[in-house]
Design a protein around this ligand. Structure first.
Ligand code: ACO
Length: 448
C-alpha cells in the first residue's frame, strides 16, 4: 500500500467539565497556577454514567456512521488505554458488540497498555499490519480511550477524559513517513499504577517531567541521525510544519518545543538565528543533567522559541487545553486540533509527533499530509470532528460537583452489584452509558 496512515478520525469527550480557574480557587492554589502555570483552560471528566468502555463504544459507532463505513470492512481493531476496568478482558472485546449485527467477528487485535503510549503502540501495529504481507485489504481501526483522574493534590488539575477513533488504510490524507522514526524506552518509576484497588496513579511529578524531556531529547537526536543518513541533509525543526506533543498539560508542551529548539542550537543548525544563538550561548556548556535543572535555560529557550511555537505548536493545543490530559488520546487530540484548525493549508506539509508513556516508552515519528479524497479528505475530517460545536455544548460543572463525582467513583472502582443513576440528560443522542454492574461484575451499557 502507498501512503498508509489515518483515513478518518473522530473524537468523543464527556459533556461535563470543570473550569481550571474555578478549580484553582476551590483548591486554594495561587491564582494563575493552573491556567498560566500549567497552561490549562478546562478539564473534562466522566460522570458516573460514563467510563472508558462507554466512550469508546460511542466514538467507534460515531466514526462508522459518519464516514459510512460497512462494519464488515474492518479487519483489525486495536485499543490503547491505561484505564484498568478489567485485568484480563480487553476493551476491544466490548467494542465487538458494535460489529455483532454485521456478523463480522473476523477482526484481529487486542488492547495495548503502557501509560499514555498505548494508543501509539496500537496505531503502529495497525499501520504495520496494512503494510505487511498478512494484510487482507480491509481497514484497521485504532481506538484511544482514557479517563485520567488523580488523587487530591497537585496532580489533580492535570486530569481529563476522551476517546478517539482512527481509521487506518492506504492512500491516507495523514500518512506515515515510516523511515523517519525513533524510540526511547527505559525503566523508570515516574508514574505507575501499582495499587490495583485504586484508579489513581502513584506519581513523582518532577521526575515525570524530567523523564519526559530526556525521552524527547533522546528520540529527537536519534530521529535527526536517521534522517540525515537517509536524506543526506541535517534535520531541524524548520523541516517540520507542526510539532505535536503528548500533552499532560500545556506548560510541558511549551517546554518541549523549547527543548527541540535548544537541541537545534546545540547541533549548530543553520535555522537557529544569531539573536537566539547569543541568548543560548551561556548554556552551551551545561552537562545534560544540569540542562534539565536549569530554570534560566528553560526561560531563555522558551523565549527564543516563542515565535515558532505560535506557528508550529499552538494550533495543536486547542483540545488538550480544553479537555486536559486524555492519556492515550492526548497526542491524537492534539493532532486532531491541527487538522481541525489548519485543514485548508496542510496538503504537502509535515507533522512530527512525540508520544510519551511513563514507565517509560516513547516514540518520535513523522506524518506527511495530503488533501485526500472524500470522505477521506482533510476537509471532511475537520468537519466531522466538529470541535467547536462539541466544546460549546459542554456543561460547566462547579468544582464541588467534580470532587463529589470523584469520591463516588472511588467507591465504585472495582465494585459490583450497583446501578447508575442512568441520568443521561447531559449526553448527546447516540452516546453510550453505563446502566449497571451486576453481582458477577458484568457491566451493562445502553445507547441514548
Ligand atoms: N501563576 C502563574 N504560574 C504559576 C503560579 C501562579 N500563581 N503558581 C505556580 N506557577 C507555575 C510554576 O512556576 C510552574 O511553572 P514552571 O514549571 O514553568 O516554573 C507551574 O506553575 C506548575 O507549578 P509547580 O509548583 O511546578 O506545580 P506542582 O509541582 O504543584 O504540580 C505537576 C505540577 C508536577 C505537573 C503536577 O500537576 C503533576 O504531578 N501532574 C501529573 C504528572 C504529569 O502529568 N507528568 C507529565 C508527564 S507524565 C504523564 O503524562 C502523566
Amino acid at each position: 500500500g502507498k501512503d498508509v496512515g489515518i483515513l478518518a478520525m473522530d473524537i468523543y469527550f464527556p459533556p461535563t467539565c470543570v473550569q481550571q480557574e474555578a478549580l484553582e480557587a476551590h483548591d486554594g492554589a495561587s491564582k494563575g497556577k493552573y491556567t498560566i502555570g500549567l497552561g490549562q483552560d478546562c478539564m473534562a471528566f466522566c460522570s458516573e454514567v460514563e467510563d472508558v468502555v462507554s466512550m469508546s463504544l460511542t466514538v467507534v459507532a460515531s466514526l462508522l456512521q459518519k464516514y459510512n463505513i460497512d462494519p464488515k470492512l474492518i479487519g483489525r481493531l486495536e485499543v490503547g488505554s491505561e484505564t484498568v476496568i478489567d485485568k484480563s478482558k480487553s476493551i476491544k472485546t466490548w467494542l465487538m458488540q458494535i460489529f455483532e449485527e454485521s456478523g463480522n467477528t473476523d477482526i484481529e487485535g487486542v488492547d495495548s497498555s503502557n501509560a499514555c503510549y498505548g494508543g501509539t503502540a496500537a496505531l503502529l501495529n495497525c499501520v504495520n499490519w496494512v503494510e505487511s504481507k498478512s494484510w487482507d485489504g480491509r481497514y484497521g481501526l485504532v481506538v484511544c480511550t482514557d479517563s485520567a483522574v488523580y488523587a487530591e493534590g497537585p496532580a489533580r488539575p492535570t486530569g481529563g477524559a476522551a476517546a478517539i477513533a482512527m481509521l487506518i488504510g492506504p492512500n491516507a490524507p495523514i500518512s506515515f513517513e515510516r523511515k523517519y522514526k525513533a524510540s526511547h524506552m527505559a525503566h523508570a518509576y515516574d508514574f505507575y499504577k501499582p495499587d490495583l484497588a485504586s484508579e489513581y496513579p502513584v506519581v513523582d511529578g518532577k521526575l515525570s517531567q524530567t523523564c519526559y524531556l530526556m525521552a524527547l531529547d533522546s528520540c529527537y537526536k536519534q530521529f535527526c541521525t536517521k534522517y540525515e543518513k537517509l536524506v543526506g541533509e541535517q534535520f531541524s525543526i524548520s523541516d517540520a510544519d507542526y510539532c505535536v506533543f503528548h500533552s499532560p498539560y500545556n506548560k510541558l508542551v511549551q517546554k518541549s518545543f523549547a527543548r527541540l529548539f535548544f537541541n537545534d542550537f546545540m547541533r549548530n543548525c543553520s535555522s537557529v538565528d544569531n539573536d537566539a544563538k547569543e541568548k543560548l550561548l551561556p548554556f552551551a556548556n551545561l552537562n545534560s543533567e544540569e540542562s534539565y535543572q536549569s530554570r534560566d535555560l528553560e526561560k531563555a529557550s522558551q523565549q527564543v522559541a516563542k515565535h515558532l511555537y505560535d506557528i508550529k505548536v499552538q494550533p495543536s493545543t486547542l483540545l488538550p487545553k480544553q479537555i486536559g490530559n486524555m492519556y492515550t488520546a492526548s497526542l491524537y487530540a492534539a493532532l486532531a486540533s491541527v487538522v481541525y484548525n489548519k485543514h485548508n493549508s496542510l496538503a504537502g506539509q509535515r507533522i512530527i509527533m512525540f508520544s510519551y508513556g511513563s514507565g517509560l516508552t516513547s516514540t518520535l515519528f513523522s506524518l506527511r499530509l495530503h488533501e485526500g479524497q472524500h470522505p477521506f479528505s482533510l476537509a471532511n475530517i475537520a468537519s466531522m470532528l466538529d470541535v467547536t460545536a462539541k466544546l460549546n455544548s459542554r456543561h460547566v460543572t462547579p468544582p464541588e460537583k467534580f470532587v463529589e463525582t470523584l469520591k463516588l467513583m472511588e467507591h465504585r472502582y472495582g465494585a459490583k452489584d450497583f446501578e447508575t443513576s442512568q441520568d443521561t440528560s447531559l449526553l448527546p443522542p447516540g452516546t453510550f452509558y453505563l446502566t449497571k454492574v451486576d453481582s458477577m461484575y458484568r457491566r451493562f451499557y445502553d445507547k441514548k
